[in-house]
Design a protein around this ligand. Structure first.
Ligand code: TXA
Ligand code: MG
Length: 325
């Protein structure tokens, strides 16, 4: 026991599957105010009943997350979302086109929105997405309420893409882990704030910019005000302990090399995000591979990753992971 303020050790959360009976068990825990780690198509989320302030507070404690950082609320679809936020025609078009899927919309919160203020950090806006994962959707349907769920990792560390990652870092702080296998995308959702005409890109992610721009026109960068409103934009975030050297074309002794595509002459990568140079495959591997190399090395050289498509989100995460503390 280290200090009086520390909560007593808890039994590690059981890791169960995603069959109907498992989802029933998870729903009961959520409705009782507990925390359940859930698979989504992007990364694993740490879910609680978004309308229960005490349950939402437990998320911040488990993650060690600053309370000013608002959470994404996961909904079954547009109908549930429209009870929480005001949708402009553009917002509705985006949701209709990309939900369920890896697009989070930041929208004006309705005054009747039952979501706990803590989940939205007291902001007049709310971040919403409908996840494209049968277990996540099955759980939301059972609970019948939005689920507040940040990525299921301690604050500032790598996002989990398997149930084992969650178990490793959070098991003693949460109630249950649903194992739905490895996440398909492996990168968090793209976050967009649609306005009356255009839209602001708050965080690049698993949905490529070009797809969104077909509906919104060119996405603009957040101004200083919205930067404060999206602390996921914090400079150091998603970070391993190891030092990262980006755009590396060689490897120095003692460094791990995280490759992308065919390795440079004379370099044999420790791991390769995608030997075929496929950005989707690289996104899916990113966090798991950084995590694996972080176990064995204090320096990781990372091959250049093209910036197009999902490369924008991958490079964003690498830059933040590499920023000095
Ligand atoms: O793919 C994902 O988005 C995953 C899965 C679990 O859905 N979730 C996720 O959540 O990455 P989290 O909490 O790690 O990141 C949520 C981001 C944060 O950067 C937060 O600042 C931003 O969303 N956010 C939430 N509400 C916001 C709001 N009202 N305005 C601006 N940004 C907001
Ligand atoms: Mg996160």
């Amino acid at each position: 026991m280290n200090s009086d303020s520390e909560s007593p050790p808890r039994t590690p959360a059981p890791v169960i599957g995603v069959a109907a009976a498992d989802l029933d068990r998870a729903a009961a825990i959520i409705l009782a105010g507990g925390l359940v780690a859930i698979p989504t198509e992007t990364v694993y989320g740490l879910a609680a009943d978004a309308t229960n302030p005490a349950a939402v507070a437990k998320i911040f404690t488990a993650k060690g997350r600053p309370s000013f950082n608002p959470l994404i609320c996961h909904v079954s679809g547009l109908a549930m979302a429209e009870t929480l936020a005001d949708f402009s025609p553009l917002a509705r078009a985006l949701a209709s086109r990309f939900w369920p899927g890896p697009l989070t919309l930041v929208l004006p919160r309705k005054s009747s929105c039952p979501v706990a203020d803590l989940a939205t950090a007291g902001l007049p806006s709310i971040a919403l997405r409908s996840p494209k994962h049968v277990a996540a959707l099955g759980l939301i349907a059972r609970v019948g309420r939005p689920l507040a769920a940040p990525s299921a990792n301690p604050s500032e560390t790598l996002s989990p893409t398997t149930a084992q990652h969650v178990a490793h870092n959070l098991a003693s702080k949460i109630d249950l882990i649903l194992d739905g296998g490895a996440c398909e995308a492996g990168l968090e959702s793209t976050i967009v704030a649609p306005g009356e005409t255009g839209a602001v890109m708050l965080r690049p992610g698993a949905l490529a910019r070009a797809e969104i721009e077909q509906l919104t026109g060119p996405l603009t960068a957040p101004d200083d005000a919205s930067r404060v409103l999206a602390p996921g934009m914090l400079r150091r975030h998603y970070a391993p302990r190891a030092r990262l050297r980006l755009n590396a074309l060689d490897v120095t002794p003692g460094e791990a090399f995280l490759g992308f595509g065919p390795p440079p002459e004379g370099v044999s990568p420790s791991l390769n995000l995608s030997i075929r140079g496929d950005l989707e495959e690289a996104a899916a591997n990113l966090f798991a591979m950084l995590r694996a190399l972080d176990e064995t090395h204090v320096e990781i050289a990372v091959a250049p990753i093209p910036g197009a498509g999902l490369g924008e989100g991958i490079n964003d995460r690498l830059k933040r992971a590499g920023a000095l503390a």
